[in-house]
Design a protein around this ligand. Structure first.
Ligand code: ADP
Length: 260
């Protein structure tokens, strides 16, 4: 008997991943080169005659300091992201009450909010059940979202950190949402926000010290908890980023029983 076996491999996904990887390497190199070029340029100028003038030297050193901080933030975020992607970030899952975490985050942003001229407030229902989460990661998510909300909201605006039990179709989840009255995001950019290095306004993000990795990190953390992220926005009116975390099992079954 004679036959022919025809094997077809669909390599679309493989090719797509190759492109994503190439783009990522190109983006990382570009992001690292910008502050490096600035640091080298100012250091060289300082080594020349400009270094003799104390006032000029101080000004240039401030720039070098700012760019090295930026480099540090980039490397920190890249490492955090790669650890999350490789599953190397240990998640210490436990029953976590969201209320105290919200209070911690409000405390952290107290001074920043005053400086930015933005009101930051919390709306947390007392009856929200505890969630199954890593408390530190939960705080990291909230910090990232509030930080963004403040960054992209003009003076006089308002940021609300809201926690409530999610209704259908997300029953069994707790919603942790940050809403702002800021610049908003164009509808066509919404699906790309959690891509690494994607920014709506590159110059603005850089100026505010952004790395373009914050939302990618947030998405990974939320997914590692079995949750999801939803972003809605109206240009010029504001943005809401909602993260959904699963309710801790005992609570879902009707209250936690504790024995002395
Ligand atoms: P970045 O470090 O640039 O803030 P992120 O990953 O946190 O990076 O966010 C990606 C981009 O999404 C930002 O550059 C900004 O354009 C947009 N963005 C995020 N949060 C908001 C928000 N609350 N309001 C408006 N734009 C936002």
């Amino acid at each position: 008997p004679f036959g022919v076996v025809l094997v077809l491999h669909d390599v679309t996904e493989l090719r797509r991943l190759e492109v994503v990887r190439r783009d990522f390497v190109a983006n990382v190199s570009h992001e690292l080169r910008t502050p490096l070029t600035a640091i080298k340029g100012y250091a060289e100028t300082l080594l020349g005659s400009a270094g003799d003038d104390r006032e000029t030297a101080r000004r240039f050193l401030t720039v070098i300091d700012r760019h090295s901080e930026r480099l540090g933030r980039l490397v920190d975020d890249l490492l955090a992201l790669s650890d999350l992607e490789l599953g190397r970030t240990p998640m210490h899952m436990a029953e976590v009450a969201v209320g105290p975490a919200v209070d911690d985050v409000l405390q952290i942003f107290g001074d920043t909010a005053v400086r930015a001229g933005i009101r930051v407030l919390a709306q947390a229902n007392a009856d929200v059940p505890p969630i199954l989460a890593d408390g530190d990661r939960l705080r990291q998510v909230m910090i990232n979202l509030v930080d963004n909300a403040i960054k992209y909201t003009p003076r006089g605006g308002q940021v609300v950190l809201r926690v409530r039990t999610a209704g259908p179709p997300r029953a069994g989840m707790v919603e942790v949402a940050v809403s702002d009255t800021g610049v908003g995001i164009p509808a066509q950019d919404l699906p790309r926000l959690t891509e690494r290095f994607f920014r709506v306004d590159k110059a603005r993000s850089r100026e505010l010290g952004g790395t373009g990795l914050g939302l990618a990190i947030v998405k990974h953390i939320v997914q590692a908890h079995g949750g999801s992220l939803e972003i809605t926005s109206a240009l010029g009116q504001g943005t809401t980023v909602a993260a959904y975390f699963p309710v801790a099992p005992q609570s879902a079954a009707g209250g936690v029983e504790r024995t002395a």
